[in-house]
Design a protein. Structure first.
Length: 244
């Protein structure tokens, strides 16, 4: 992330892809896309294409990792070698290990972990195509996959980043904005509980800019939450039609 950011916003105040500063990228969400997993979801957010799949609750192996009073959540965020312009090694990078942890920590508060002691849930996130903001889109999709698997949850988790490009606070940064822009603030929210489960910052912002970015990101999360609920409803209608 460079400190100097230039020409990411034109004279009309529009961004490289024609969006206004407070506009999300086009989002498409589908729930229950994989028949072999216990729960799954697919999200497209701009050029991002991400699959999330869940297995569990199931017995923990190795057994000594099991907890007597709660379920454990395991998460693997992985980028396909063809997901970025320069082939990515399929081996887990430091970044993927960090993002796996960040995504797990953003999801855990939403799950009634104490309902299933001594068990585990595996969350697999596969980034098929990346264009900035994949950790947030992964959280959005993974929380839907958990709901699709029938895991009792306190709320869904919706995530979105905001940041600063060309001295303007913008919502939902794409890759170029993320890389050339001045700052990026990914946020995850449980909208019904009004609780933040992820807050990170890359780059530099004044206190005022930070507050503006967080508020804009929260606005984005609430819009994404509405789309998550629609996607879940669409899945429910499909299941009902198949059963009838
Ligand atoms: N990226 C890349 N190659 C990599 C890792 C990341 O081109 O090996 C790109 C990808 O588009 C990703 C973006 O850099 O979405 C920003 O990555 P960051 O670590 O900020 O996480 P994200 O914004 O995806 O949550």
């Amino acid at each position: 992330m460079s400190q100097k950011s230039e020409k990411l916003i034109d004279k009309k105040g529009l961004r490289l892809d024609g969006r206004k500063p407070n506009e999300l990228r086009p989002i498409k969400i589908e729930v229950g896309v994989l028949s072999n997993a216990d729960g799954s979801a697919y999200i497209e957010q701009g050029k991002n294409k991400i699959l999330a799949a869940i297995y569990g609750p199931k017995e923990v192996h190795p057994k000594h990792l099991a907890l007597p009073d709660r379920m454990i959540l395991r998460c693997r965020y992985h980028m396909a070698p063809f997901s970025v312009q320069e082939r990515k090694s399929p081996a887990p990078s430091r970044r993927e290990i960090e993002l796996s942890k960040v995504i797990r920590e953003a999801l855990e508060p939403a799950i009634f972990l104490e309902y299933y002691p001594r068990t585990a849930i595996d969350v697999f996130v596969e980034v098929l195509q990346a264009d900035g903001g994949t950790r947030c889109a992964s959280i959005t999709a993974a929380s839907l996959a958990l709901a699709d698997a029938g895991i009792p949850m306190k709320d869904l988790v919706a995530a979105c980043a905001a940041g600063k490009v060309d001295d303007t606070i913008v919502l939902d940064l794409m890759d170029t904005e993320d890389k050339i822009g001045a700052a990026d603030v990914p946020v995850a929210l449980m909208p019904n509980l009004d609780a933040i489960t992820l807050l990170q910052m890359d780059g530099t912002l004044s206190l005022e800019e930070f507050e503006q970015a967080v508020n804009l990101a929260l606005e984005g999360c609430r819009k994404i939450y509405a789309m998550q609920k629609e996607a879940l409803k669409a899945r429910y209608v499909n299941v009902k039609e198949v059963e009838e």
